[in-house]
Design a protein around this ligand. Structure first.
Ligand SMILES: Nc1ncnc2c1ncn2[C@@H]1O[C@H](COP(=O)(O)OP(=O)(O)O)[C@@H](O)[C@H]1O
Ligand SMILES: [Mg+2]
Length: 238
């Protein structure tokens, strides 16, 4: 068996509310293998966003270990962690979080500008390729306000892919979209997982969106309560 790309080991997280510690995660452990697509489900407040933020290095656990591709990200310096996030992890959010004064092209280019690996011309080429890959070749000069929700989410996905990360993290990425558009976004993400081997961890409330995953992890009150393979996949496998 290969080395897990994401290793979450007995992670606890409490938020301080005044003087009281509110537990959000209470001993969560998951290993995700490279190329897996994992769905997290659970009621509101069960700790899904907290867990994604910790996996993505946006928040610290109160206790426990998180390893990304063999790197302990809890012990890591802020600077190294920022670099790891920029290079290896792409985030997609429910409300797209695009920069409204930037065109689609400028939004997708932004993470490459920050990483400073590519020159201007290569950056531009890669940006156009990414926008074409998500079906927006004819929308590159549009601003977010000139795009539909589904199109904005496609820009956000292209942006998440800008620095060719091995991990994609999605928090309710179809939550603001109608079902049909949601399915299209999930097919796009599943394609990136299957064709390019991206490891995907995503949260959804919608069981129909969970069907795109290899397996679903169910959370309740800050704990994992069940893990199940998608039954259709299990039947067709082998
Ligand atoms: N920044 C915060 N400050 C205080 N409590 C928080 C914060 N973020 C989340 N929580 C609490 O942690 C718990 C888990 O929240 P969250 O991870 O957002 O759950 P989910 O994404 O499953 O809805 C909830 O009880 C929530 O109120
Ligand atoms: Mg949430």
């Amino acid at each position: 068996m290969s080395e897990a790309i994401i290793r979450i080991d007995n992670v606890h997280k409490s938020y301080l509310m005044g003087k009281e510690a509110v537990p959000a995660l209470r001993g969560v452990s998951i290993d995700v293998q490279p190329g897996e697509m994992v769905c997290l489900m659970g009621p509101s407040g069960s700790g899904k966003t907290t867990l994604l933020n910790i996996v993505g290095g946006l928040d610290d656990p109160s206790r426990g270990h998180v390893t990304i591709a063999g790197h302990d990200i809890v012990a890591m310096s802020e600077e190294k962690l920022a670099r790891l996030r920029l290079e290896r992890i792409g985030f997609v959010f429910q409300t797209f979080n695009l920069l409204n004064n930037f065109t689609a092209l400028e939004n997708v280019e932004a993470p490459m500008v920050l990483l400073r690996k590519l020159g201007r011309k290569e950056r531009r080429e890669r940006t156009l390729e990414l926008l074409a890959a998500v079906g927006l070749a004819d929308r590159v000069e549009h601003y977010p306000s000139e795009l539909s929700g589904g199109q904005q989410q496609r820009v956000a996905i292209a942006r998440a892919l800008a620095n060719d990360p091995d991990i994609l993290i999605g928090d309710e990425m179809t939550g603001d979209l109608d079902s049909q558009t949601g399915f299209e976004i999930m097919s796009l993400v599943r394609g990136l997982n299957q064709r390019e081997g991206k490891t995907v961890v995503y949260v959804t409330h919608d069981p129909r969106m969970a069907d795109y995953a290899d397996y679903t992890v169910h959370m309740l009150d800050g704990k994992i309560v069940a893990k199940e393979a998608d039954p259709v996949q299990a039947l067709t496998a082998g």
